[in-house]
Design a protein around this ligand. Structure first.
Ligand code: NAD
Ligand code: TDX
Length: 326
């Protein structure tokens, strides 16, 4: 079962797993971020059994779990900016929803439960890298309602993992096809295609560790097969040199053939407590045998090409996505 399988990373994972012949159930509430259209080819070919339901609804979760042997739990409210205005929703979905999923799935005896956490649970780091043991309990160093709720959900999953087959994955910023255009990369690409500039917050010197979503999907299949339960794992690209937001924006301008001096607009940073840099130590998952194939420039390029080709997909989402920045 893939919760949140109609969202960005969940969709990438569903295509990866369907391609490998796994039988899949997607449980998704179809919030603004979920698109059943993403999965249509998989649903119509019976590769995905789709259930429209809420992870906070115990009865719906119980019924959806029938016949399921493993759960990969993505469903969440995922955007920091939205958490500034509706923190309660983030706690309900991310903490309470995760508790319901853990309790119901483990009571029914699933063989593995992978909880998708995030690099944001560690907070920002000036130099060096966070290892798995660096996460503190509770809010840890998390700064937004989104990251604080994810930090608490991570604790719950780790607690269940002391006696049940739970794994926690903490990935860095993902990018790739099907990402909702509220997030930086698809926002910037779609802006330029529509003739608007890239709004770069502050000086654009923040560092994100951009990880191509199809690699996160590979990582999850690897953990389903080889991950040791009761453990948290980081996964990251560890770019060298690191990629600032400014660099990412400049690449997008270059790939779309526009002048970066003209098309990047520096604006006062609207995000309170904007985390400056995320960086993770990946020794643990590397030792277990997972090494993603990192090629940021070409992975950015494939992503830009996807948005150029799939204008109809993001155009119908763009107005809603932009409304949160007004
Ligand atoms: P997304 O916002 O694109 O998708 C979230 C999905 O969850 C949507 O399909 C939505 O309909 C569904 N959902 C929301 N509330 C639900 C509920 N109550 N019941 C059932 N379904 C519900 O998110 P994403 O970017 O794909 O992120 C997926 C997961 O990965 C999240 O847990 C997020 O915290 C984590 N994560 C994301 C990134 C990233 O860069 N996108 C990085 C690290 C971790
Ligand atoms: O228009 C923009 N201009 C800008 O400079 C937007 C939308 C963002 N930014 C900056 C803010 C961040 O430094 O770009 C960076 C990336 O921003 P987001 O796409 O909002 O992602 P971020 O806040 O880093 O969080 C993402 O990574 C960790 C995901 O949304 C989370 O779900 C995940 O846990």
């Amino acid at each position: 079962m893939i919760t949140g399988g109609a969202g960005f990373i969940g969709t990438n994972f569903a295509y990866h797993m369907a391609g490998k012949g796994y039988g899949l159930t997607v449980l998704d509430k179809l919030t603004y971020a979920g698109g059943k259209d993403n999965l249509e080819p998989l649903i119509s070919s019976n590769k995905v059994r789709f259930i429209n339901g809420d992870i906070c609804d115990t009865a719906a979760v119980k019924s959806a779990l029938e016949g399921v042997d493993a759960v990969v739990h993505f469903a969440a409210e995922s955007h920091n900016t939205r958490s500034e205005t509706d923190p309660d929703l983030f706690y309900r979905t991310n903490v309470e929803g995760t508790r319901v999923m853990l309790e119901e799935a483990l009571t029914l005896g699933v063989e593995k439960f992978i909880h998708i956490s995030t690099d944001e649970v560690y907070g920002s780091i000036v130099d060096g890298y966070f290892a798995e043991g660096d996460k503190l309990l509770g809010d840890s160093q998390a700064t937004s309602a989104y990251s604080k709720s994810k930090s608490q959900a991570d604790d719950l999953a780790m607690e269940f993992g002391k006696s049940s087959p739970v794994i926690v994955l903490r990935p860095t910023n993902n990018f790739g096809p099907w990402q909702y255009p509220e997030k930086a990369l698809p926002r910037w690409i779609s802006n330029i295609i529509l003739g608007s500039k890239i709004p770069l917050w502050g000086e654009g010197l923040q560092v994100r560790d951009w990880l191509y979503a199809p690699l996160t999907a590979e990582c999850l299949e690897f953990l389903l097969l080889k991950g040791e339960t009761g453990n948290a794992y980081n996964v990251a690209a560890n770019h060298s040199p690191e990629i600032t937001n400014r660099q990412a924006a400049e690449w997008i301008c270059e790939m779309l053939g526009v002048d970066k001096e003209e098309w990047i607009q520096y604006i006062p940073d609207p995000r309170p407590n904007h985390d400056f840099r995320y960086a993770l130590n990946v020794d643990k998952i590397t030792k277990l045998g997972f090494k993603p194939s990192i090629d940021p420039y070409n992975q950015f390029k494939s992503t830009v090409e996807w948005y150029v080709k799939n204008e109809a997909w993001w155009k119908k989402r763009k107005e809603e996505a932009e409304s949160i920045y007004k």
